[in-house]
Design a protein around this ligand. Structure first.
Ligand SMILES: Nc1nc2c(ncn2[C@@H]2O[C@H](COP(=O)(O)OP(=O)(O)OP(=O)(O)O)[C@@H](O)[C@H]2O)c(=O)[nH]1
Ligand SMILES: [Mg+2]
Length: 300
């Protein structure tokens, strides 16, 4: 189980990449986008950093955060509808313990704008505009596909920028005027230059932050099944009609059982695990495997 070694697909490795790591996705537009984010710092008052609520630590970009650390900064755990409330609670206590300001959002829900505004007011970020009579300028940053453009469209209540389930869609900064008190800068998603290990790489693939062909899909699906076996086997049982005996098997054997049930077979009757892997990953991304966080705080 490993990352695909597709150097040409991996594109240019970042110069500061740890040599021991096998995966890097840092195409030219991301390097440019990172420079442009630093340049835009003087034009913005506040930074909203979007993370995927299913992966609150790994879906950050430490290098980017470092370069924007002088500005006021609010972390948003986005897509929080895809994790369970008790999982979200664990993360809130973790961030509280570390004195880090965090809110969660589900960008498809109408109260999101109110919630974001309230957080900005509480942090003393939005209140300043009434004195200066100038719009608050907010920059949204984060890994690819974390939902930056969707959030902005939601705030603007119109299709102001392109948003789609495709990492790396936004390639240029774009200002969007929300109303008299708020202007938002959409920025291209920037992948972290280092991915700590294979499991984090699989998890980033599962949340669809990486370009599809970089990660071995069977390994990512195997990782997903192993996590569900540990923390929520019932969902696997119900979704794929597994028996008690099947549920007691290894992750690989369970994938084979699902393959047979779904008719993912080659001509000779051999299982075709790649199809099963794609089904599992697709079902997870669509939320068909229920709300589920991919990482929990190690020292909550
Ligand atoms: N379930 C769920 N999906 C969301 C949410 N917000 C965004 N999405 C989905 O996430 C996908 C990516 O959205 P984008 O807004 O294009 O992501 P982005 O961060 O702008 O991506 P890049 O431009 O590649 O950096 C889309 O399919 C959105 O519908 C959310 O709160 N919940
Ligand atoms: Mg975008």
């Amino acid at each position: 189980m490993k990352f695909k070694k597709k150097r040409q697909a991996a594109q240019k490795a970042h110069p500061q990449q740890d040599q021991s790591l096998t995966l890097a996705w840092f195409p030219g537009h991301m390097a440019r986008a990172q420079r442009e984010i630093v340049e835009a710092l003087k034009k913005v008052h506040v930074i909203v950093e979007l993370r995927d609520a299913r992966l609150p630590l790994t879906s950050q970009n430490p290098q980017l955060i470092e370069s924007i650390s002088k500005k006021k900064h609010l972390i948003v755990l986005n897509k929080s509808n895809l994790i369970a409330p008790e999982e979200l609670e664990q993360w809130f206590s973790y961030f509280k313990k570390h004195n880090i300001e965090v809110i969660d959002l589900n960008s498809f829900q109408a109260p999101s704008l109110t919630k974001l505004k309230k957080a900005l007011v509480e942090l003393g970020m939005l209140g300043r505009t009434s004195e200066s009579k100038r719009a608050l300028k907010l920059m949204v940053v984060g890994l690819p596909n974390t939902g930056k453009s969707t959030l902005i469209n939601h705030l603007a209540e119109r299709q102001a920028v392109r948003a789609q389930d495709r990492p790396g869609l936004t390639q240029k900064q774009q200002w969007v005027r929300i109303n008299d008190e708020l202007e938002v800068l959409d920025t291209p998603g920037i992948m972290r230059p280092n991915i700590p290990g294979p499991e984090q790489g699989y998890a980033l693939h599962l949340i669809h932050a990486l370009k599809e062909e970089l990660v071995d899909e069977e390994s990512a699906a195997h990782y997903l099944v192993s996590l569900y076996l540990k923390r929520n086997p019932q969902t696997l049982r119900e979704t794929y009609q597994l028996s008690d005996e099947e549920l007691a098997l290894s992750a690989l054997e369970i994938m084979e059982a699902i393959a047979r049930k779904q008719g993912h077979l080659k001509k000779g009757g051999e299982v075709e695990l790649i199809r099963t892997s794609r089904t599992l990953i697709h079902d997870f991304r669509q939320g068909k495997l229920g709300p589920f966080v991919l990482e929990l705080p190690i020292n909550p």
